[in-house]
Write a protein that binds this ligand. Structure first.
Ligand SMILES: O=C(O)[C@@H](CO)OP(=O)(O)O
Length: 228
């Protein structure tokens, strides 16, 4: 049965510092390293062994993938990195402290920026500290200046359909190491969650989520591997 493993990166430096992160490339913390390793040990313990990996071009997801694969002795499997699996772009909020932003703009506004379905945060100014348009990993890509969850879905889903789903169909056990919002995009699609409800779904760091697909490639109920 084709199996999909989704894992959100382990705790990042800016998760810990409570800063809006988005496309900014922060590393995982010591706790994040341990979460990633624990995810790999769980995969091994449950006998869910990935044969193909996908991740973003952001180091917190890449490092998490590698640590998990190391623990389940699967560092050797093929891996594909693609910007379409990146975290949603946090626009002009990138780098700001979440609590200070609440103090300045109010809880409600910050909640809208963080969790509304289709309201993007204010755009990032061109040439500002967190502008990544000249980063070599994005050469030839029109780097967004902000993204809502809706806009994130619009780049994650075509990639899922064109590149990841066909590999599952071939029978691969696919692991995707990605981010809170790129994974929300996938879970929304796979579990058929409404625009309103998806914004309430929080995906914990380093906790493998499993979908098993039937012969018609219909995903079953999602579950946390730790609960199986
Ligand atoms: O800062 C971010 O990029 C994300 C994920 O950590 O935060 P939020 O919980 O607001 O989606």
């Amino acid at each position: 049965m084709p199996t999909l493993i989704l894992v959100r990166h382990g705790q990042s430096e800016w998760n810990l510092a409570n800063r809006f992160t988005g496309w900014w490339d922060v590393d995982v913390t010591e706790k994040g390293v341990e979460e990633a390793r624990a995810a790999g040990r769980l995969l091994k313990g449950k006998g869910v062994m990935p044969t193909l990996a996908f991740t973003s071009v952001q180091k917190r997801a890449i490092v998490t993938l590698h640590l998990a694969l190391e623990e389940c002795e699967r560092l050797w499997i093929p891996e594909v990195k693609d910007w379409r699996l990146n975290e949603r772009h946090y626009g002009g909020l990138t780098g700001l402290n979440k609590q200070e932003t609440r103090d300045k703009h109010g809880d409600e506004q910050v909640h809208i920026w963080r969790r509304s379905f289709d309201v993007p945060p204010p755009p990032l100014e061109k040439g500002s500290t967190f502008d990544l348009s000249d980063d070599p990993r994005y050469a030839g890509i029109d780097v967004p200046d902000t993204e809502s969850l809706k806009l994130t879905i619009e780049r994650v889903l075509p990639y899922w359909e064109s590149t990841i789903l066909p590999e599952l169909e071939k029978g691969e056990t696919v692991i995707i190491s990605a981010h809170g919002n790129s994974l929300r995009a996938l879970v929304k699609h796979l579990s058929n969650i409404s625009d309103d409800e998806i914004t309430g779904l929080e995906i914990p760091t380093g906790q493998p989520i499993i979908y098993q697909f039937d012969d018609a490639m219909k995903p079953g109920e999602r579950y946390y591997l730790k609960d199986s």
